[in-house]
Design a protein around this ligand. Structure first.
Ligand SMILES: Cc1cc2nc3c(=O)[nH]c(=O)nc-3n(C[C@H](O)[C@H](O)[C@H](O)COP(=O)(O)O)c2cc1C
Ligand SMILES: [Fe+2]
Ligand SMILES: [Fe+2]
Length: 412
């Protein structure tokens, strides 16, 4: 079925593609298919909000051309650069030659590179900026990491319509656009979408809830699945509920060895960050504590961080005794991460990682983080060159500790 359009309010039109295929997406199969929802606001300065999947770009541009002279399009708002929404931009921009592309700063180079748009006009918007589109005003709120760094949401102040792109979406190939016309309760689909796409980034749901708190929203017009115009508070509240932290006390154990305290400082940064996130902590210098005490502490932990600096290409002190014992313990269900300060190669950190991989704990790795969340700013093992005094190094350690906190505190 080709790209279609429908009026959803005054001069606002849904232009989209219903994709009935069970497409693979984010390592899921979208059993119920999905839709790619784009919107055209036929105002004094006609504006398109998001596009459709790359595969349907050409027919999308053709469909839009049946609704408006593409040369009249003034703005193309790109809330999120992932090509299931920005994918129609190449086809559209090549004909909408007068259009300025509106997005966040991080999105600019991504769109330029992906769609060869280096010579196009971009308007970078920041959190809270507004844009007059000729009789209507758009308000932009940055919602980083929901679910990628450059993401924002767009709110039409006069119409009280929120265009949140991936957020508040459902993966269902709907024929009836509105959830109240679905003929069934969409709540399970809505929750399933949240769990798969948004929940890995639930720390940032707080930013989102803050952003929408003072908006009077009459309609949520997301970019997958149903548009919502009934029970809006209920659907927003579901994000609040599902992103809430568990109230069960969680404990993390940090074990390290150090020559000149750089790895100890890393341990302290990890500890402080975990504590700020209401995780209980126990910290052990393996050279000043008995192996038995450390192992007891680990046995009752939910997460274990193990670190050493590198000396002559190896770990230092008594740490290896602990790591050897861990191989024989049942540590199922616990999270584990290795860390350490190093000078030039940091072998110790990798050796610890190997030992952890020999246990039945869930060992954090950069590869897993990227595969499960798409985030590239969280790295495991946590490697810091020399002392962790520069802000970037501290941030790197915190990112890792926050990531583990989020996993521990997830309530779904
Ligand atoms: C005797 C000695 C040997 C070292 N050997 C290595 C090495 O093989 N590879 C490396 O990456 N760093 C090496 N380093 C650098 C340390 O790992 C680095 O200074 C680190 O910040 C020390 O952290 P710490 O204070 O926690 O022990 C060595 C340092 C010393 C003093
Ligand atoms: Fe996305
Ligand atoms: Fe999407």
């Amino acid at each position: 079925m080709s790209t279609q359009f429908k009026q959803i309010a005054g001069d606002t039109y849904w232009v989209g593609k219903i994709d009935n295929r069970q497409v693979p997406f984010h390592r899921l199969i979208l059993a119920k298919g999905t839709t790619y929802n784009s919107y055209l606001l036929k105002t004094g300065k006609p504006t398109v909000i998001d596009t459709v999947d790359m595969e349907f770009g050409r027919e999308y541009a053709e469909c839009l051309a049946g609704m408006i002279d593409l040369m009249d399009i003034h703005y193309i708002v790109i809330n999120h650069t992932e090509p299931d929404h920005s994918g129609g931009l190449a086809a559209l921009a090549s004909q909408a030659l007068n259009a300025t592309i509106v997005c966040t700063e991080i999105a600019v180079p991504e769109l330029q590179e992906m769609y060869k748009l280096h010579s196009r006009n971009f308007l970078v918007v920041k959190d809270g900026d507004t844009l007059d589109i000729g009789g209507k005003t758009l308000l932009f709120k940055e919602t980083p990491y929901l679910h990628t760094a450059e993401t924002m949401i767009t709110y039409c102040i006069e119409d009280q319509i929120l265009f949140p792109c991936d957020i508040f979406s459902t993966h269902v190939a709907v024929e009836n656009l509105f959830s109240d016309e679905a003929g069934f309760d969409i709540t399970e689909d809505y929750k399933g979408y949240y769990a798969a796409i948004i929940h890995p980034h639930r720390r940032y749901v707080r930013t989102l809830l803050e952003a929408v708190k003072d908006m009077d929203i009459r309609m949520i017009a997301p970019s997958h699945g149903f548009l919502i115009r009934e029970d809006i508070p209920k659907f927003i509240d579901l994000y609040a509920t599902m992103s809430r932290e568990t109230t069960q006390g969680k404990k993390a154990v940090i074990v390290y060895t150090t020559i000149k305290n750089s790895t100890k400082k890393m341990a302290k940064i990890i500890q402080d960050c975990l504590q700020e996130n209401n995780i209980g902590t126990e910290v052990w210098d393996a050279d000043k504590s008995s192996t038995a005490d450390i192992l007891n502490s680990i046995a009752s932990a939910d997460a274990v961080f193990i670190g050493s600096s590198t000396k002559y290409a190896d770990m230092i002190g008594n740490l290896e005794d602990v790591l050897k014992e861990l191989q024989h313990m049942n540590l199922e269900g616990k999270l584990a991460a290795s860390f350490g300060s190093y000078g030039w190669s940091g072998e110790a950190i990798e050796v610890i990682q190997d030992y952890l991989n020999g246990t039945n704990m869930t060992v954090q790795s950069t590869s897993e983080v990227i595969k499960t969340t798409g985030m590239t700013h969280v790295e495991f093992p946590v490697r810091v060159r020399f002392s962790p005094k520069e802000p970037e190094k501290v941030q790197k350690i915190k990112n890792a500790a926050e990531f583990v906190s989020d996993l521990l505190l997830s309530s779904i």
